[in-house]
Ligand binder design. Structure first.
Ligand code: NAP
Length: 512
């Protein structure tokens, strides 16, 4: 079993043991004591190792390997040799030090390690080979800063190479692109992975806290067969989708894990990364939510790979969902469209077909407006697109003019509350932190049937508050968000989405 190790930067005996006890409580299997700044008192070091509540790794990382120890090598090695006599400890020694002749005596198992905090070292596989062939090395460890999500696959391959040679290894990517190597270490049979005691106290770039590993990514449930999903975007750190979908997998007992997948905006980056993840079959990468700026890239990619594109996603010109079918073929769809239309129909108590002939004002002409306007037009509504940049509204109206309904463009200033039955805000006006703004400033006495704000943060925008005060029916962005996520979940898992769980997670995130 792959172990979960909490790294502790030691400041005192009491602090180290207290943090180790907390790590044990939070479910860690191992602790790593980093002695970089705590080498003066050998008795104290010995005490920490003997009294450790968990099996431990002892490390004293020198500055030349990215650590904090500035003293001489003889002192460092004497500390490591001191703990090595206690069989319970593993000692971490850098490959460079070993090849300069450093010896660790005693019975402790030895982790031979190599780190690059800047990039992927050109001789990565040769470094692993030297570790594998060193008889004193029990566990090879390679850590480097990932240049893209593709580096994680290399980490998984290094783990496999080492395992085939009879040594379970540690292979970790650092930085924003490295999270998959940490979360999926158990899927690929790593010796261990690291986590911080909390979110802030990580000892390497990109290391996440133990609570996040256990609760969000469900560390204990991950196994070789686990299916992998993610949210592709740039940036994606703020996305609520990992919280929602992982909670959904947990609630339905589905063997899946969902990760943030940052990919830079260019199509070539998207193609190379998603292609590599799909081609590495052991990963079992089965789908993704796709957000800004990759919605058009997804369509192109799936077409180029001979996959199927939902006709409406094709017409909208953007897809937000990638699914990999059991036969390996790809499918791209747009779940924003159905989510928007069903949110409106649900609130009005009508069927989609009953939208025919109704007048709908769509405010905005960006990605969300495109999906919303296309959906209403498809069901033969008359859509008026009001946008700050009138030309953009005109372009969108022209692109959608082949749809069943009528689509026209209008200036934002001409938005009038008596012209339409349904109003949909697809701009960020009123979104956190600008919560006192609203796209509708002058309400007339007219009372439209429904006001729908696609913004979900805050849960109730100024626009919705004012509409509700006038007795107008309202729908918020949380509902659309839950519905679009539910469609994705059902497409991937074949199971009904636990929408109550989704909604609870979103509200907790937004209110917390
Ligand atoms: P986008 O592609 O960047 O488009 C933004 C649109 O808003 C553009 O038409 C832009 O007008 C307009 N706009 C931006 N700031 C404005 C301002 N200060 N005054 C007037 N118009 C302004 O963004 P998007 O992806 O469509 O997202 C828009 C909103 O939809 C977001 O706030 C997001 O919360 C919401 N959304 C919700 C969901 C959900 O599931 N609930 C899903 C997707 C999106 P110009 O053309 O003049 O720049």
């Amino acid at each position: 079993m792959t172990q979960l190790c909490v790294a502790i930067m030691v400041k005192s005996v009491e602090q180290a043991l207290a943090h180790a006890a907390q790590a044990a409580e939070r479910g860690a299997d191992v602790v790593e004591y980093r002695l970089d700044r705590f080498t003066a008192d050998l008795d104290a070091v010995r005490k920490i190792v003997i009294k450790s509540p968990l099996r431990c790794i002892v490390t004293c990382r020198p500055v030349w390997e990215g650590g904090h120890f500035e003293g001489d090598e003889a002192t460092r090695l004497s500390v490591l040799n001191e703990v090595s006599v206690h069989g319970n400890a593993l000692v971490d020694l850098e490959l460079v030090a070993r090849e300069r002749g450093a010896e660790i005596a005693g019975g402790a198992k030895l982790i031979l390690s190599s780190h690059d905090f800047l990039t992927r070292p050109a001789d990565l596989t040769r470094r692993l080979s030297r570790m594998i062939h060193d008889e004193r090395c029990d566990v090879p460890k390679l850590a480097w800063r990932a240049r893209s999500l593709r580096d994680n696959i290399e980490a998984f391959e290094l783990l496999a190479t080492s395992r085939a040679a009879g040594k379970r290894a540690i292979a970790l990517c650092m930085g924003d692109y490295g999270l998959p190597s940490r979360v999926l270490a158990g899927k690929f049979g790593a010796f261990l992975t690291f986590a911080g005691l909390d979110e802030e106290s990580g000892t390497a770039p990109g290391q996440t806290g133990i609570e996040t590993m256990k609760r969000l990514y469900r560390w204990d449930a991950i196994n070789p067969a686990t299916r992998v999903y993610g949210v592709i975007g740039h940036p994606v750190a703020h996305s609520m989708s990992p919280a929602i979908h992982n909670a959904g997998f947990d609630a339905t007992g589905f063997d899946g894990v969902y990760l943030p997948m940052p990919i830079p905006p260019e199509y070539e980056q998207f193609k190379a990364t998603v292609g590599a993840w799909l081609d590495y079959k052991l990963l079992n990468f089965r789908g993704a939510s796709v957000t800004i700026p990759h919605k058009e890239n997804l369509l192109r990619f799936v077409r180029e790979r001979g996959g199927a594109v939902e006709p409406l996603a094709q017409r909208i010109g953007a897809a937000n969902t990638l699914a990999v079918r059991d036969d390996g073929s790809l499918y791209a769809s747009n779940t924003d469209y159905a989510a928007a239309i069903d949110s409106v129909c649900g609130a009005m108590g009508i069927k989609r077909e009953q939208l025919a002939g109704r007048r709908v004002a769509v405010i905005g002409a960006g990605g969300a407006a495109r999906a919303v306007a296309a959906a209403f037009a498809h069901y033969e509504a008359t859509v008026v697109i009001h946008n700050r940049t009138l030309d953009r509204a005109r372009q969108l109206a022209e692109q959608l003019s082949g749809a069943s309904g009528k689509v026209v463009a209008a200036a934002l200033e001409n938005l009038c509350m008596s012209c339409c039955e349904i109003y949909v805000n697809c701009t960020p006006i009123g979104m956190h932190p600008e919560v006192d703004a609203s796209p509708i400033e002058a309400w007339s006495d007219a009372k439209p049937a429904l006001v729908f704000d696609t913004i979900y943060n805050p849960v109730e925008t100024k626009l919705l508050r004012e509409a509700r005060a006038k007795g107008i029916k309202t729908v918020g962005g949380v509902e659309m968000f839950v519905r679009q996520a539910a469609s994705q979940f059902e497409l991937w898992t074949g199971r009904a989405a636990p929408t109550d769980v989704f909604e609870k997670v979103i509200r907790a995130k937004l209110q917390g």
